[in-house]
Ligand binder design. Structure first.
Ligand code: SF4
Length: 327
């Protein structure tokens, strides 16, 4: 059984950076409380591992544990970023803030703020309930709007006499941006577009799709709560019906690989490399077990046939190129 891993797959730059900053914060805290505001990444196993080294999760600033007199508590801002007021408030409460906002996300925040300062009405193309979008909105001024596509644009009559600036959530698609831009073209006084899409997601999706077309089974590794992993699974399933989404190698089932010659593996942008490699190792072991099972079945078949004809089974197994200890 051939095993192929899509590349790129697994943690993107921003997630890798956030994990590194969290580990450093835990080391430097020397026992003082450390917590991320929300789960650092959408991966339960990675979040559990962080807890083991002292990085807890708080849902709000009110949940921050009290630090002792001589040690500050540390609050980690995850790669999605937050509104500036959140960082200001955490610092006002005495927390040491480690800002792990992905530099690509920071770029969107800065672009939105600059457009607002320059007098543009800012449109953010993205998911209204996504934490990244909350952080961008907070920089985009009071007149900003979040839109998922051209269908929920404010009425053109309201925008016609305005200068309109467009930014986009990092994980959205070029098609979504083009749709909004096409709807606004020649409709407003001035249209300024800043393409802030991060290619990490689209490159993982392309690699997953290409690999899925060439294999018999696809395994997608990543949190069931990870939107980008679920999307990878949908893409893989479309190209290869025998696709499975798992969080850990413990979920793998041997029967998925019956008769498979080529297996493809991919992982979401929040799946650490060690989780991906443990799945590769388990599938490799399943491949070896399956091969042995097949050999054993062949050996038994030959043995039965030989015994029927009254010959010595071991001699015939040797002739078939099989070792006696494999059956
Ligand atoms: S997907 Fe892109 S923007 Fe989002 S965290 Fe990863 S590198 Fe940063």
């Amino acid at each position: 059984m051939e095993i192929h891993v899509a590349r790129p797959a697994g943690t993107c730059y921003g997630v890798e950076r956030a994990l590194k900053l969290a580990r450093e914060a835990a080391r430097e805290a020397r026992g003082a409380p450390v917590a991320s505001l929300g789960e650092l990444i959408h991966n339960p196993q990675a979040v559990d591992t962080l807890r083991l080294i002292g990085v807890d999760v708080v849902a709000s600033l009110d949940d921050l544990p009290l630090a002792s007199n001589d040690a500050k508590n540390t609050l980690i801002i995850r790669s999605h970023g937050v509104a500036p007021s959140v960082i200001e408030e955490a610092e006002a409460r005495g927390a040491n803030v480690v800002d792990a906002t992905c530099p690509h996300v920071a770029r969107v925040q800065e672009a939105a703020e600059k457009l607002a300062v320059d007098g543009f009405t800012v449109l953010i193309v993205g998911e209204p309930d996504h934490p990244e979008v909350f952080g961008i909105s907070a920089r985009a001024g009071e007149n900003s709007h979040v839109v998922t596509g051209s269908a929920d644009l404010p009425p053109i009559a309201e925008l016609r006499d305005q200068r309109v600036g467009v930014v986009i959530q990092t994980t959205q698609t070029a098609e979504a941006l083009a749709e909004v831009v096409d709807a606004l073209r020649d409709q407003v006084v001035e249209l300024r577009v800043v393409n802030t899409i991060c290619s990490a997601t689209s490159r993982r999706q392309q690699a997953a799709e290409e690999l899925s077309r060439q294999v018999d089974v696809v395994v997608v590794v990543g949190g069931h709560n990870s939107g980008n992993t679920r999307r990878l699974y949908e893409i893989s399933k479309e190209a290869c019906p025998h696709s499975y989404h798992i969080e850990t190698s413990a979920e793998l089932e041997k029967s998925w690989f019956d008769g498979a010659e080529k297996v493809g593996i991919t992982a979401g942008a929040s799946t650490p490399e060690d989780q991906l490699q443990s799945v590769v190792a388990r599938i490799r072991a399943i491949g070896i077990e399956t091969y042995r099972d097949a050999d054993a079945a062949d050996a038994k078949h030959i043995k039965n046939r030989v015994n029927d004809s009254g010959k010595d089974a071991t001699t015939d197994l040797g002739a078939a190129g099989l070792k006696a200890d494999e059956w």
